[in-house]
Write a protein of this length. Structure first.
Length: 466
């Protein structure tokens, strides 16, 4: 017997390439009994005093005294930062305190090989291995006041590159936990700075990792602007890029002088971003039904092991309707970036059913691999039916968060057309035996499965798209 079913797909915008670093670090969620998080107070977010640290690691030792090299470099600058023996409590114009550490492994150990898989920029394997044997590191502590935020950071970036080139080392950005070759540092931190206030995503990074069933993302490096780092909690891996866009847009707004006018609330408007490259890249990628505005709730973030030693702001979605945080996330992202949806009526052909049987045969192995643990950034979605009030079925995608035997729990990735009791982003429970197809997305973007989707597309083309 041939069935007529509905297929629904929703796409959220995620056009820009983001530097989102994933890690296998195991971190724990906060205690669910913790008191309600405090709202971010109204006012300016940027600190009056800004401090950050760069360092140059040597492989294994520099050819000459790095401090002498730094003095020579500064002597050639028109308005160099002052070289000091101690950072002032209240810095004004940019200053640098430079010092060498020779007991590297015990006092300032370099990142290990595992970390460099995620945070090494431009390094060869030989350089990464030599870094483990480093016998000297030159630390540059930089400081200035709020009025010199961008001048001080740009100058520090240029000096760090010049020091690495002159003395044959690698640049370590302590705020972002990244190591760069001089070429990579120039390409990523200097050449990309084309406007008065840079694209802050080029000066920071985002660390995303699984925390319990869902994903947590946090910025690293906002302290270089005197600003809090930003956290987003409890989202699914398929939203990684889109949440990354949201985080970077909010960080850009903060860097450009955003003021919190109402405690715990901020209206992020993409059209008000001052950096034209950031603004236009996002505006041109919006769907036609996008508002370009996110009504954000701002709470003081909960610090976890491995987070920056900095203030934290957690982005919340309480100003949107939804039965839980996931539904509110979906509503906010759909509103901000826009969305596309499509419903296709399909009659089950033998070709389609055969493809579904092949997908079902793959499920036990997928379940075993899911339970063993997927790689960071990897996720599995399953297509499964949901009953409509009129007795029909609407087939939608669910991103799996737990898979125990035949029981699957996950996040509904589509917005139902004919089921008022369900909403996109809602947590749902389905049975493995009802799964029609699956998609497995790997961290590098490769995709496995969805053979039925290709067949449905072919059927649509044959019928003239009707």
């Amino acid at each position: 017997m041939r069935n007529s079913i509905r297929i629904l797909q929703v796409a959220l915008v995620a056009a820009l390439v983001l530097t989102i670093c994933t890690s296998c670090s195991e971190k724990r969620n906060g205690d669910p009994a913790e008191p309600k998080q405090e709202a971010i107070p109204a006012g300016v977010l940027m600190d009056q005093s800004i401090r950050f640290r760069y360092a140059i690691y040597y492989l294994p030792s520099p050819p000459a005294d790095p401090l002498v090299a730094l003095q020579e470099l500064l002597s050639k600058e028109k308005r160099p930062p002052a070289l000091v023996n101690e950072l002032p409590d209240k810095p004004g114009k940019p200053v640098i305190y430079g010092r060498s550490v020779t007991e590297v492994q015990t006092k300032y150990a370099p990142p290990d090989m595992r970390s460099l898989q995620y945070f090494g920029r431009g390094l060869t394997r030989d350089q990464a291995e030599e870094l483990q044997k480093s016998r000297q590191v030159f630390i540059m502590e930089c400081a200035h006041d709020k009025e010199h935020t961008w001048e001080g950071l740009r100058m520090a970036n240029q000096i760090a590159e010049a020091m690495a080139r002159e003395t044959g080392g690698l640049v370590w950005d302590e705020m972002t936990h990244e190591v760069f070759t001089p070429v990579a540092w120039n390409n990523m931190r200097i050449q990309t700075w084309t406007q008065d206030i840079p694209d802050v995503s080029d000066q920071t990074t985002i660390h995303a990792y699984r925390s319990d069933e869902y994903v947590r993302a946090i910025t690293l490096g906002m302290a270089k602007f005197g600003l809090p780092d930003v956290v987003a909690e409890d989202f699914s891996w398929s939203l990684n890029r889109t949440i990354g866009h949201l985080i970077n847009l909010f960080c850009q707004s903060m860097a450009e002088g955003a003021v919190i006018e109402r405690p715990g609330e901020y209206d992020l408007d993409i059209r008000r971003i001052q950096n034209s490259e950031v603004r236009e890249a996002q505006i041109t990628s919006l769907k036609t039904n996008a508002t370009a505005v996110a009504l954000l709730s701002l709470k003081k973030g909960k610090w976890e092991q491995g987070d920056p030693e900095n203030r934290l702001i957690e982005l919340g979605f309480d100003r949107y309707p939804g039965r839980d945080v996931h539904a509110k996330q979906a509503e906010m992202l759909s509103s901000l970036f826009g969305f596309e949806d499509d419903v296709t009526r399909v009659t089950h052909s033998e070709e389609l059913l055969a493809a579904s049987r092949r997908a079902k045969a793959r499920l036990p192995a997928l379940r075993e691999e899911f339970v063993e643990g997927l790689d960071p950034g990897e996720f599995i979605q399953v297509k499964t039916p949901f009953k409509t009030p009129d007795g029909g079925q609407e087939w939608m995608w669910v991103e799996i968060t737990t898979w125990e035997g035949e029981k699957i729990k996950g996040v509904l990735k589509n917005e139902p057309f004919n089921i008022p009791s369900l909403h996109g982003g809602q947590i749902v429970n389905v049975k493995q035996q009802d799964v029609f197809d699956y998609i497995r997305r790997y961290p590098d973007g490769r995709q496995e499965g969805n053979e039925t989707g290709a067949i449905i597309q072919k059927m649509q083309q044959a019928s003239g798209g009707q």
